[in-house]
Design a binder for this molecule. Structure first.
Ligand SMILES: NC(=O)c1ccc[n+]([C@@H]2O[C@H](COP(=O)([O-])OP(=O)(O)OC[C@H]3O[C@@H](n4cnc5c(N)ncnc54)[C@H](OP(=O)(O)O)[C@@H]3O)[C@@H](O)[C@H]2O)c1
Length: 440
């Protein structure tokens, strides 16, 4: 017997929604139920039948219109019913009418989403809940009718190969929240019913998912924020709304469909919206760690935003970087201005044959003996002729060793007077060496 409440990554429960299906949703007049009905119906094949239940006829009609707008090839049946008191006979009648003369064998999938839910009396504490009728009414809507409808549904579609039962559950079935006694007790009882069902009907082709949608912006959470007797609960939802971290029905429905279609659960599991997290490296306490990041955290959203941005710009970004580099290539030329008393240059005429530290060093131009125009390039080469073979500049130590040569040079200098070299040597694509008034 499985007692796990954590989701298991397996593809065996992956549901193919792109087929002819019979699809029933309770509490489909607004909120999560309406959005799930629309987004799931969008995927179904022509010939599918969609049944929407709730009390508000206008709410149901609105959901029906939205479904037909996204998938005109399905049949949508609405039934205005109070599930607090609906009998087994009434529920069977609704199922029969929705089918008409169509045989159940035409459906490849029979799916029900038990989404109906109320939060109950949240102004009263657990210690004050002595009204039996209130208990019965609450459990009538949220547990008893859910179980009865489920039995009617599975019996009706017994012959359909693939049967999918979704229970919209809550974290409140695992964790106690002040002021929410009815809700927590009801959700716990309801989920346990579905977990037993999953165990018993595994061999009969019934797949069960208990999906917890996270805190979602609906009338239910507006009610909790306004009327809960617990300040913590009111503040919790206020904070979620103020920081816009409360989920939308679109977000939770998208996650629900992702879990369903990818089979990210084992039949009977309780899967929460937040169970699917990104593994990211964290830097803490001076070391990198690998940890989970909740997608809906501030960091998670920033991470997703940046990855999304990078992905969207995967073509433009490299092009932009390339153009940037080309511009920088002009702007970023490193100019080394040598204002020195002495500079030794290797054999200039053969310079290009020597591969120095920069790879092949090219001489773009050497021009202007600025102070002495009478020198031509040949003079310059002669002047800087060096006994350094390897293209390395002369260091102070080497200078000592080369005293003799140096002396010779000084003689030359005496002959030539105050002769200057001005010019530019391109060391590589990025670097030019500007020589100003270098003398030897
Ligand atoms: N919102 C959240 O943060 C959150 C978090 C965890 C779990 N959930 C669960 O998600 C489900 C949907 O919640 P929601 O936030 O979308 O709530 P919601 O906006 O209040 O919608 C509840 C739906 O249930 C229907 N309903 C209520 N009482 C009914 C009755 N006696 N008979 C027939 N239909 C009835 C409502 O329709 P009518 O009024 O027209 O009858 C409505 O369509 C619930 O099971 C809830 O427990 C919600």
């Amino acid at each position: 017997m499985s007692s796990s409440t954590t989701p298991t990554t397996t593809t065996t429960t992956a549901i193919n929604l792109e087929q002819v299906a019979y699809f029933l949703v309770t509490g489909a007049s607004r909120g999560i139920g309406a959005k799930m009905a629309i987004e799931t119906a969008r995927k179904l094949k022509p010939g599918s039948v969609i049944v929407l239940l709730a009390r508000s006829a206008s709410g149901l009609e609105s959901t029906r219109s939205e479904i037909l707008a996204v998938n005109p090839h399905v049949t949508v049946v609405t039934s205005s019913v109070d599930l607090a008191t609906a009998s087994k006979e009434l529920l069977n009648e609704i199922l029969d009418k929705s089918l008409g003369k169509q045989p159940t064998s035409q459906f490849g999938l029979a799916c029900v989403i038990h989404n109906v839910g109320t939060v109950g009396n949240i102004e009263r504490k657990a210690i004050d809940m002595d009204d039996r009728t209130e208990w019965e009414q609450y459990f009538g809507t949220n547990v008893f009718t859910v179980a009865v409808l489920n039995s009617c549904f599975l019996r009706k579609f017994q012959s359909v190969t693939s049967k999918l039962v979704i229970n919209i559950t809550s974290k409140a079935c695992l964790v106690p929240f002040q002021s929410m006694t009815y809700y927590c007790a009801g959700k716990a009882a309801r989920e346990m019913y579905f977990r037993v069902l999953a165990e018993e009907e595994a061999a009969a082709g019934v797949t069960v998912l208990n999906y917890s949608p996270g805190p979602v912006d609906t009338e239910m959470t507006v009610d909790l924020q306004a009327n809960s007797n617990a300040p913590e609960i009111r503040d919790y939802f206020k904070n979620l709304r103020d920081t816009t971290t409360i989920l939308t029905t679109e977000q939770t429905t998208a996650k629900f469909l992702h879990i369903l279609q990818n089979g990210l659960f084992k039949s009977g599991d309780h899967v929460d919206y937040y169970d699917h997290e990104i593994l990211v490296p964290w830097y803490r306490g001076g070391e990198w760690k690998s940890g989970k990041m909740v997608i809906n955290s501030a960091l998670g959203r920033t991470f997703l935003f940046l990855t999304n941005l990078a992905w969207k710009n995967r073509v433009a970004l490299p092009a932009l970087i390339m153009v940037g580099c080309m511009v920088l290539n002009y702007r970023g030329e490193i100019e080394i201005n040598i204002h020195t008393e002495r500079i030794a240059l290797p054999d200039l005429p053969n310079w290009q044959q020597h591969a120095g530290a920069f790879g092949g060093i090219a001489i773009d131009h050497l021009e202007d003996f600025s102070d002495d125009d009478e020198f031509d390039d040949d003079d310059l080469y002669d002047y800087f002729e060096s006994d350094e073979e390897d293209g390395v500049y002369v260091t102070d130590d080497e200078e000592d060793e080369d005293d003799e040569t140096y002396d010779d040079d000084e003689d030359d200098e005496d002959e030539l007077g105050e002769r200057m070299l001005n010019g530019t040597i391109r060391l590589n694509w990025y670097t030019t060496l500007n020589i100003h008034n270098a003398r030897r």
